[in-house]
Design a protein around this ligand. Structure first.
Ligand SMILES: Nc1ncnc2c1ncn2[C@@H]1O[C@H](COP(=O)(O)OP(=O)(O)O)[C@@H](O)[C@H]1O
Ligand SMILES: [Mg+2]
Length: 379
């Protein structure tokens, strides 16, 4: 089948090369529009039928973007024509199982996905581009949820730029981190939260040279190999963009949802939209959008995006230069200035984050007390 692919490159392939196997192999070279992964590795190719030169490909996916089907049609057709296809039809169906996320067979990359035993909900925080304040939002929202009484942990899975140790004031993580006898990582604690960061393990080896399969393996080991205490929510700080790490994470552990951080400039919200499409493709529910650094760069694109893609808007965090200093000092805003405008904004986002997971924000019976989040089973 490798020879068929090579022949396709030469542009002279007999129709005899058009088989289920050569078609699937060729589709490995077709990326999902706007993303860096191909249709096969996403597990989207559900069925291939070929009769003479006529090919039908069934793709399982969900997207809100109305331009995706025609882009897929063009990309699949371009890839299969050189193989001798005279007509190419694609059919788009919902992903397998109607509610059961993925078919589990031996060859299925999702087959060994696990639910973390001591963690009730694992929620990823992503962004389309770097520097939008994703880590700042992840850390402060986690701390705000903890202030509401939830048991929260933080996993810093940003292999290319782990920053939660700095934001949370852990300077010597690599020296302090320990393993259990079963070789599970023991989280370090900061401001009351258990934290594990790739930054604890990155030593001399430059992650810039890590190849895809190594990254994927590292993320899987890292996501599953932690001795977390009992947690209501594990917040995972992802690297920006739509690369290998979100896919590997979603294949390694069952995610309850994802939150996407954006910024007022339209370039940021356009990139956030790609991240939302990626999570939907991975069948990870998007719990909401946060607009960060509202003010000097504008305002409102987060809400517009949430409206356009049908995802809740969790709130806007104002730009505040003090936040930069607090991040650098490892003294998060929610800890040192919970009543500031930014501190309250993080609190509001945290409630919007908890509600889709089943917590309810209810007024306290005694009016002198603040309202509080209630656990689902306490209702
Ligand atoms: N609301 C805010 N106001 C001002 N500065 C912010 C705000 N949120 C984040 N920052 C700053 O922006 C920079 C990037 O934030 P960071 O969380 O590291 O982004 P990301 O994880 O998306 O790359 C940091 O210096 C941080 O202190
Ligand atoms: Mg970051």
């Amino acid at each position: 089948m490798g020879s068929a692919t090579r022949a396709a490159d030469d542009g002279n392939v007999e129709a005899g090369h058009l088989t289920d196997a050569t078609i699937r192999e060729t589709l490995r070279g077709v990326h999902y529009p706007g993303l860096t992964r191909d249709l096969v590795s996403f597990g989207m190719v559900k069925h291939v039928a070929v009769c003479d030169g006529r090919v039908k490909v069934r793709l399982g996916l969900r997207t809100e973007d109305a331009t995706i089907p025609s882009k897929l049609q063009a990309a699949v057709e371009n890839a299969l024509r050189p193989l001798g296809a005279t007509s190419v039809a694609i059919e788009i169906v919902p992903p397998d199982g109607g509610g059961v996320p993925f078919r589990r067979t031996a060859a299925d990359p999702w087959a060994d996905q696990v639910r973390l035993a001591s963690v009730r909900h694992t929620v990823a925080v992503g962004a389309g581009k770097g520097g939008v304040g994703k880590s700042t939002v992840a850390a402060n929202v986690a701390l705000a949820l903890a202030r509401e009484g939830l048991r929260v942990g933080l996993l810093d899975a940003d292999i290319y730029g782990p920053s939660l140790p700095i934001l949370l004031g852990i300077e010597d993580g690599a020296a302090r981190v320990r393993m259990t006898p079963e070789k599970l990582i023991l989280p370090l604690e900061s401001h009351g939260l258990p934290l594990v960061s790739f930054g604890f393990f990155l030593g001399e080896q430059s992650p810039a040279i890590w190849r895809g399969p190594m990254v994927s393996k590292a993320v899987k080991q890292f996501a599953r190999g932690v001795a977390w205490p009992d947690l209501d929510v594990l917040v995972v700080d992802l690297p920006p963009g739509t690369g290998d790490i979100p896919l590997s994470l979603a294949q390694a552990v069952a995610l309850s949802g994802a939150v996407v951080v954006s910024q007022p400039p339209r370039v940021a919200s356009a990139e956030a939209r790609k991240a939302i499409d990626m999570f939907r493709t991975l069948e990870v529910p998007v719990l909401g959008i946060v607009e960060n650094m509202t003010g000097p760069f504008g305002a409102g694109t987060g809400r517009t995006l949430s409206h356009d893609v049908g995802v809740p808007f969790l709130g806007a965090i104002p730009f505040d230069p003090e936040v930069v200093r607090e991040c650098d000092l490892g003294t998060p805003t929610v800890v040192v200035r919970p009543e500031s405008e930014v501190g309250r904004a993080f609190g509001a986002v945290a409630r919007g984050f908890a509600e889709p997971l089943g917590w309810r924000y209810e007024p306290a019976a005694d009016l002198s007390l603040s309202p509080a989040l209630h656990r689902p089973e306490e209702r």
